[in-house]
Design a binder for this molecule. Structure first.
Ligand SMILES: NC(=O)c1ccc[n+]([C@@H]2O[C@H](COP(=O)([O-])OP(=O)(O)OC[C@H]3O[C@@H](n4cnc5c(N)ncnc54)[C@H](OP(=O)(O)O)[C@@H]3O)[C@@H](O)[C@H]2O)c1
Length: 161
């Protein structure tokens, strides 16, 4: 099955200058907790923004660049090949962005893990349009707010209706 996992501000901002537009260490911990042991799929830009494969997870990158190389990662050049690989996995596969890859797999995704940050944060990359009425909220957990995590935010999980 395919899950999306991302964090967004109240307008849907997810990135700025190929980075995350906020510092929210509690969300990075959540990301790690949820994805550990499962394959993670990301676009070439998001991979380059992280700069290395994330440990304990099979890292999958999608790019049109036939020469692209990344050590210890699986690389696909098309949605078709990526989906074939995902469908033969008997595992929850986490698509972790960015915007282009969420858009690419919007029809195929089964579950959403979204960290909603209730703040207006400046950015240049937005989560693509999503038909929220197709989705049912199954879990909602308020995030810890403190000096290091200075936002109101929630960890939400949605299943396709
Ligand atoms: N807040 C969050 O949860 C979150 C999560 C992830 C990322 N982000 C942010 O999002 C931003 C990056 O997102 P983005 O949309 O610019 O880039 P992206 O989705 O990470 O990567 C886009 C790249 O994916 C490849 N690609 C896209 N469609 C493809 C297809 N059909 N076949 C083969 N390859 C394909 C292309 O790579 P090539 O150009 O190499 O061909 C394309 O340039 C950054 O700011 C990042 O920090 C935020």
């Amino acid at each position: 099955m395919i899950s999306f996992l991302w964090a967004q501000d109240e307008k849907g901002v997810i990135g700025k200058n190929n980075q995350l537009p906020w510092r929210l260490p509690e969300d990075l911990k959540y990301f790690k907790r949820k994805t550990m042991g499962h394959p993670i799929v990301m676009g070439r830009k998001t991979y380059e923004s992280i700069g290395r494969p994330l440990p304990g997870r099979q890292n999958i990158i999608i790019t049109r660049d036939e020469k692209f190389e990344a050590e210890n990662c699986i690389i696909f050049q098309s949605k078709h090949d990526l989906l074939n690989w995902i469908h033969q996995m008997n595992d929850e596969v986490f698509v972790t962005g960015g915007a282009e890859i969420f858009g690419l797999l919007m029809e195929e995704v089964d579950r959403l893990y979204v960290t909603k940050i209730y703040e207006d944060i400046d950015g240049d990359t937005y989560f693509p349009l999503i038909e929220w009425s197709d989705w049912q909220l199954v879990s909602c957990e308020k995030g810890l707010k403190n000096e290091d995590n200075p936002y109101d935010y929630e960890f939400q999980i949605y299943e396709r209706k």
